[in-house]
Design a protein around this ligand. Structure first.
Ligand SMILES: *Cc1c(COP(=O)(O)O)cnc(C)c1O
Ligand code: SF4
Length: 336
């Protein structure tokens, strides 16, 4: 023994260190989508721990989108006047390696909201009549039992100014069998309109099982939206994004946001440049239906909300303006 670590031992130690720092989990369905012997498989990249997560760059921060400064009571994040987040669950069925809340989600990171804290959160929402919409997020609120989900829905429905409950979840994609009829029924009431926003990043994630779960939600009259994170090696090319957006629309999901990746710790290997992101979005615009166009956004570090990044198709001309068509050419627009 000369004391030097073999490369195999060093690699195993690095992965153990990653798993000590960040929660790790993958569902059997996502595992089944991973091709054999491809270290760059886009599903594997999203869920399997990677030694590169130990690299933290100076720009990265534990709370990249600034939830903490906008937390008036435990479990609530309020950045906007008319809506707030309610985080009731701090665990997920999978742990995405690029997660923007990776320092807060997972076993042992954040305690689940106690009954008293939940009461205080509902009291806060009830005391602020300008709150029109409550967004259930986490963690993944689709891990609640139907009974607990119904209890939350009914308490929000009892607050007259809350009209919309929006559920943010990855479960219909990664563990679709959890979306049972009883669970779907627990998501809304006659007084409280539910929207469900799913998270999907690669066309392979839209499996037949996921489509069935989405159909159960759609048939209950729940409008479906999606959020996608733009990730290097997973979906940073227009062909992959186009296939994903078409698959979502075919499953009755309206693409809502394409997120530029946040500055979460240990995620630099996923980062795409803003120039590349804007170019891909322009290409997508040129080749796919308007139904397939999410809004490209970036959460401003520090908690100042989402900024739209999409390429701007208007500029000042010699007189009046110029507008850019999907063919890339600028044309004069001179009103009055
Ligand atoms: C992203 C976010 C929302 C939702 O914003 P929309 O643009 O309405 O989707 C609401 N509150 C907080 C704190 C957020 O970070
Ligand atoms: S499902 Fe969402 S909250 Fe959970 S690990 Fe993935 S990105 Fe993070």
């Amino acid at each position: 023994m000369d004391g030097a670590l073999s490369p195999v031992t060093a690699a195993r130690d690095a992965l153990e260190e990653v798993e000590r720092r960040y929660a790790t989990a993958i569902t059997p369905l996502m595992e089944s989508l991973i091709g054999p012997n491809d270290p760059d498989d886009p599903i594997a990249l999203q869920f399997r721990p990677d030694a590169r997560e130990l690299i933290t760059t100076p720009a990265e921060r534990a709370d990249p989108i600034g939830d903490h400064p906008f937390t008036p009571v435990e479990g609530v994040v309020r950045r906007y006047r008319d809506r707030c987040l309610l985080k009731v669950v701090s665990i997920c069925p999978v742990y995405c390696r690029f997660c923007f809340r990776r320092e807060m989600v997972g076993p042992g990171k954040t305690a689940p909201l106690s009954a008293e804290a939940l009461d205080a959160a509902f009291a806060y929402i009830a005391a602020h009549p300008e709150i029109w919409e409550v967004i259930l997020t986490g963690g993944d609120p689709f891990l609640l039992s139907p009974r607990r989900a119904r209890a939350i829905t009914e308490r929000l429905a009892a607050i007259p100014h809350v009209k919309i409950i929006r559920w943010h979840t990855r479960v219909p994609i990664v563990d679709p069998d959890r979306v049972t009829a009883a669970f779907v029924d627990a998501l809304h009431t006659d007084e409280l309109t539910a929207y469900v926003a799913i998270h999907a990043n690669h066309p392979r994630e839209i499996t037949p099982q996921a489509r069935q779960a989405l159909a159960r939600l759609a048939k209950a009259g729940i409008p479906l939206l999606s959020q996608t994170v733009l990730l290097k090696g997973v979906n940073d090319d227009v062909e992959t994004l186009e296939q994903l957006m078409r698959a979502l629309v075919e499953a009755r999901v309206k693409p809502y946001y394409l997120h530029h990746p946040d500055l979460a710790p240990g995620t630099s290997h996923f980062r795409v440049s803003l120039e590349r992101g804007r170019q891909i979005v322009r290409e997508l615009h040129a080749r796919a239906s308007g139904l397939c166009q999410p809004t490209y956004v970036l959460d401003i570090p520090g908690g100042h909300g989402k900024a739209p990044l999409g390429p701007c198709a208007i500029r000042a001309g010699v007189e009046g303006y110029e507008l850019r068509g999907t063919d890339g050419a600028w044309r004069k627009y001179t009103p009055d």
